[in-house]
Every structure is written in C-alpha cells, then in structure tokens.
Design a protein around this ligand. Structure first.
Ligand code: FAD
Length: 640
C-alpha cells in the first residue's frame, strides 16, 4: 500500500495527532528484513511491532518536545527539605559558617540548616527529576512490558530475538531519543548480568529491571568514563577495595547517562593493580539501595554531583557520580571486566546505532510530511526535481543502513543461538565452525553499523532541517530537536574514530576480513537478472581492489600509521560495498518474488552514486525523477 505521509499531519506542536499514525506502517523495509530471516513467531512479532509503532507515534512522540524543553533537574534533599543545586551550595556555606540556629529562620535553605543543626543524622542526598511527560512515557512503556524485551522469560523478559528487540528500540528512538536511553541501558544492564553475574544477583535484579509494573522505575546505568579515561580506559583511577565478601568503590565517574540508576554497572580498578594499564579492571554491580542489619532499605553512598547542560537529548540525565566507599558486588572474576565489557559492547553499540537510525527515520518522516504540504514556485516541494533527488537519496541511505544494522542483529541471533547450545555442550563440528563465523561477522559489523548509523543520523537530520528551510531552524518544528539529538550517537559508546580503528583491530587481531568478504561474495552470487549484472560487476571490481588494500592496511599486529590515517576511509568503503551488495540482492529477491523493481532501482542509484568515478557521476539517468513515486511513496514498481 502506498505511503500517505499526510497521516503525519499536523507537524507543528500542540495540534491533534491523527489516530492512524503508526511508525511501522511507514517502515515496510523493517518488516521485510525481519520476515525474511527471523525465526520467531511471525504473528506475535507483527503484533508486538504494530503495538510499539502505534504507541511510539501516538503516545510517546507527542511528549518529546515538551520533555526536551523542560529537561532534567538535580534536586538535593536534606531530610524533608528539597533544595536546588544553588540552594544546596548556600546550605553548605551556611553549615561551614556554623551560624547559630536562632539567627536562621527564613526561607527553605535556612530551615534546612536549622533542621540539620538540630539533627546531624538527617539524610543528605541528591536525586534527578525527570520531565513530567517522561515519567508518564516510562509508565506506558512498563505497562506494555517494553523493558527487557530481549531478556530471558525466566527473569521476566519477553525473549524476543535481538532483531525484533532492535526494531522495538528503533521505533522508541524515533519517538524520543532521550526516552530510548532509559530503556536501552536498562536492558543492557540486564543483559550484562544475565551473561556474567552470579545466579543470586541475576535473580534479584533482572526481574526488577524487566518489570511490567508501571509504578516500578528501576533503571540501569553503564558507568565507565572518568575525567582522564574516555576512549582510553588505561587512565582509569576509580578504585575498588575488597572488604570481606564485598567491595567498596571510591572515585568519580563523569558523563554518566542515568546517574540516578538503581543498578549501576561500574568498571573499576582493583586496589593495587598497576595504574596506566588495562590490568585489574573489574566490573561491579553497585545498587542504589542496600539493606541495613534490620533489613531496612538504606541508600548506598553514591552522590550525583551535577547534571550536565548539553546540546541534545535534554530529557535524558547525564551527570557525575561520586562513589564514596559505595558497597559493590563483583561480577565475574577480578581483572575480567574489560573483556566482559567488550563482549557486551556489541549489543550496546548496535543499540546506539539504532538510536541514530531512529532519529534519521523520524527526520525523514518530518521532512517528507513537510515537503508534501509546502508550496513554492506553484508546486509542493516534493514535486520539485532537486528536492525529489534529495528525498530519494535520504530514503535510499536510510534503507541501506537499516539493512546493514539488521544484518548484524541477524548474525547476533545466530551466534547467541549457537552459544547457548555450546554452553550445554551440544555443538556439532559444523556448528562450531558456524559459531566462529557468526562471531567474526558480528565483531566487524558492530563498529561498522555504529559508525554508519550514527553518521547517517546527523546527515539525515541536517538535510531534514534544510528541507524545511527557515522553519527547520526554529524550535516549533521537530527537526530542530532531531539535529541536536542526532550528534551524540557519533560520540558515546565509542566515538566514530574509535569505531573506524576498531574495524581494523578486528581484522588484524581476529581475522574478520575473510568472513565479511565471503559474506559479500555469497550475497552477490544471488544476482542473476541481466539488468542487475553490470551493477554486480561494478561492485565486484571494487571488492577486488579493496581486498588487496585491506590486507596491506590492516593485517599487522602493530597497526601502522597509514592504517590509522586511512581508518575512516577504509570503514566507509567497506560499508558502501556491503550495503550495495545487500541492496542489490534485496532487489533481485523482490523482482523474483513479487515482480517489484523498487529495491532494484534504489540499488542501481546507490551504486551509480557511490561507485562511478567523479567524471561519470552525472549519468543523466534521472532515476530519482523517473521512479520518485515508487521510492518515496513505497509504491510497487512492476516495470522498469
Ligand atoms: C551525553 C553523554 C552521555 C554519556 N553517557 C555515558 C555513559 O552512560 N557511561 C559512560 O561511561 N560514558 C558516557 N559518556 C561518555 C562518552 O562515552 C565519552 O565522552 C566518549 O567515549 C569519548 O570520550 P572523551 O569524551 O573522553 O573523548 P576523548 O577520548 O578525549 O576523545 C576526544 C577526541 O579524540 C578522538 N580520539 C581519541 N583517541 C583517538 C585515537 N586513538 N585516534 C584517533 N582519534 C582519537 C576521539 O574520537 C574524539 O574525537 C557520555 C557522554 C555524553 C556526552
């Protein structure tokens, strides 16, 4: 069915939402990818995704702008008194000055000081206040059981495949990239515990993280970054000291999303391990609450020192956490933290890629809707030839990146499936080989997908703002938020530079190049249509050249300066070749199955644009003009 972007009218704030809005309806490509390979119950998958698409478009999205404007606030509590950071600063000054209590009587700060002077046992702590709309959105997500969808059912999750879980997160990010972080990180923490923690920790915490109780607001945080340790973990100084069967953590972690988390996973250096090295890094679970000797709930010694003011994702709190001898439980063995963290990063990095893609989808939708409405030179913008070229390119790039990241999710599902069998000792020899293959494919596709989707997010949001002209730049229209929200995806969970270097590391240390090249070859083997063969040959020529360069650039333990200099170009070429082969194969598949040439035309344009030398780029084929209705409105194309 052709897409009717007008359903997403009106696009300005505070107007009514159409009841037909469902993000899934505007992303048939997503269902196409899932239906082709996912082994779960199709009916259940469709009904969950349809529910999430509707919830995201109709209930979550309308709150995002107000949440963004309201932002998060830090509040200090001195007993029953609630103080803003400025008031708390004053409170501390007054305590220092030791002013006699009879001189203090007015205002909340003075009253707090008076109460404190009278009762030194008063609890003092800080807490995060989320925007009101965000709290309501979180309750809705809990009610629909959308926390921990890919975590095991035995701990309260839904056991959906990683692929379907990725699609759920994509639509939540499309509605609100800040809200997405609350859900994604909580699931990530549950996943880490499921993989590495003792049964007692799993049983205690995972069900709380997955809970469908709307009054439960248990969330997780991944706590790694320190002032001197960003991309390079060797600079970590936050220390863990063993005390009996527990540990005490001391030090400061910065830029932490969800610093108010109930369950924080903290990477910390075991006391005595050498500084400026990766030795002794260990993961700990640090709960917000503990129980005292009488079983009474008490706060762990964690202070949220501040919240950052930042460019985007205003409804997601980012802050400094000060651990003051906080009680912690070790996860796995001492010194294994880095390895555990890196294993789990596949999932969180794909998660951030999905966040970027969600923002890109939303920016496309907002700009498509606008271009259907706005008239200039006597026509709607979507009829102007240059605008058609821009809209078509946006759509093609989004679908190409979606194919790439969901291919990574597919390999993750395959790998996890076999790993489960391996843990039970039930793997055949051929399955062992397959598991190794899926691991390597996932290993290289993860940084590639994170790099691609985050960079695309910024670029699509940029074009969306341009498509709205002056209206794109003002905050009344949503693309202004989207361009601010997009940028962070290129920075956290590893910057794009680190992703590009990681691609090379995976090739040099884990031999991933042969696997990805074999995967590209087998994808291209499917291309048989005479009109597609020249495009396939063009990709194959590039592949040959690339293989030769790749071996020289990357296959060395001690990566050379030239390989670092060219790491970004290397990643981009690999992404282009991989996406082109996927799109062409999808084109071939749909021609055979449904006599639909839409995907094939999109692949042709992608290959012309990316593989032709500069002097041949002006092909005069005008594919975006000829096939605009099919690509933009998703109409079936039965003849070329
Ligand atoms: C909003 C927000 C939320 C965050 N949430 C979390 C969180 O929940 N948990 C957490 O632990 N952290 C979080 N972070 C921190 C984030 O992960 C780091 O900021 C990020 O990893 C980069 O580290 P850095 O800021 O120290 O930059 P640096 O590592 O100092 O990097 C600065 C620049 O140098 C480049 N660079 C560094 N090394 C190399 C190299 N070898 N070659 C080439 N270029 C290089 C980087 O790519 C970057 O462009 C968050 C940050 C922000 C802004």
């Amino acid at each position: 069915m052709p897409l009717d972007y007008k359903i997403f009218k009106p696009i300005a704030d505070n107007q009514e939402i159409s009841k037909n809005q469902n993000y899934l309806d505007f992303n048939p490509h997503l269902l196409f990818l899932i239906d082709r390979v996912d082994e779960g119950d199709k009916e259940l998958t469709h009904s969950i995704l349809k529910m999430v698409g509707e919830l995201s478009a109709q209930r979550l999205a309308p709150k995002a702008e107000a949440n963004d404007r309201e932002g998060c606030r830090l509040q200090w509590r001195v007993g029953e008194f609630r103080l803003s950071p400025e008031e708390f600063f004053l409170f501390q000054e007054l305590i220092e000055l030791k002013i006699p209590s009879d001189k203090i009587s007015e205002g909340v700060v003075d009253q707090a000081v008076q109460a404190y002077a009278a009762d030194n046992d008063l609890p003092i702590f800080s807490e995060v206040l989320l925007p009101e709309g965000a709290q309501e959105q979180l309750r809705l997500l809990r009610e629909q059981d959308l926390f921990g969808v890919s975590l095991p059912e035995e701990y309260g999750g839904t056991s959906l495949s990683q692929m379907v879980g990725g699609a759920v997160l994509l639509m939540i990010a499309q509605a609100d990239a800040s809200l997405f972080l609350r859900v994604m990180l909580t699931e990530g923490v549950g996943d880490l515990l499921d993989n590495f923690a003792d049964v007692s920790l799993k049983e205690k915490y995972i069900p709380l993280l997955c809970s469908g109780d709307p009054e439960n607001n248990y969330v997780g945080a991944m706590v790694i970054t320190e002032p001197s340790a960003g991309s390079d973990f060797r600079g970590m100084v936050v220390k863990a000291i063993k005390k009996g069967d527990k540990y005490l953590i001391g030090g400061r972690k910065i830029f932490i999303t969800n610093p108010d988390a109930d369950v924080s996973i903290v990477l910390s250096r075991i006391d005595g391990a050498p500084l400026d090295s990766l030795k002794g890094l260990t993961l700990f679970l640090v709960p917000k609450y503990l129980a005292d000797e009488n079983g009474k709930k008490i706060r762990n010694r964690i202070i949220i020192e501040n919240l950052e003011n930042k460019l985007g994702i205003h409804a997601s709190p980012t802050g400094t956490m000060l651990f003051k001898g906080s009680e912690a439980f070790r996860i796995g063995e001492e010194g294994e933290g880095l390895e555990q963290m890196l294993t789990l990063m596949n999932r969180s990095r794909l998660g951030i890629g999905i966040q970027g893609l969600g923002v890109a989808e939303r920016a496309f939708l907002e700009s498509a809707t606008y271009c259907m409405e706005r008239k200039q030179f006597g026509k709607i913008l979507a009829e102007l030839p240059l605008m058609q070229e821009i809209l078509v390119d946006m759509r093609i790039e989004i679908e190409a990146a979606t194919s790439l990241i969901f291919r990574a999710y597919h390999f993750m599902d395959k790998y996890f499936g076999l790993r489960e069998k391996a843990l039970l000792g039930e793997l055949s020899d051929s399955e062992k080989i397959a598991m190794e293959k899926y691991y390597k494919l996932l290993r290289i596709l993860t940084p590639l997908a994170k790099y691609r989707c985050s960079k695309l997010s910024v670029s699509i949001a940029d074009r969306a703002v341009s498509n709205l002209g002056g209206y794109g730049y003002i905050s009344e229209y949503k693309v202004e938020r989207l361009i601010r929200d997009a940028k962070i995806t290129t920075i956290y969970e590893g910057t794009n530079n680190m992703m590009a270097l990681d691609v090379q590391r995976s090739i040099a240390n884990e031999g991933t190049l042969d696997e990805i090249m074999a995967d590209i070859d087998s994808t291209l083997e499917e291309i048989a249509d005479q009109q597609l063969i020249p495009y396939k040959n063009r990709i194959l020529e590039s592949v040959e050249y690339f293989k030769d360069r790749a071996e020289k650039v990357s296959c060395s333990e001690d990566r050379s300066i030239s390989s670092q200099v060219e790491a970004e170009k290397f990643a981009e070429i690999l992404i282009t070749v991989f996406e082109a082969s996927l799109m062409l194969e999808e084109g071939q598949y749909l021609i055979e199955k449904e006599n639909d040439w839409r995907k094939a035309v999109m692949a042709m344009k992608y290959i012309d644009d990316n593989f032709l030398p500069l002097e041949q780029k002006l092909t005069l084929k005008l594919l975006s003009r000829k096939y605009f209705d099919s690509i933009f409105y998703g109409k079936t194309l039965s003849v070329l």
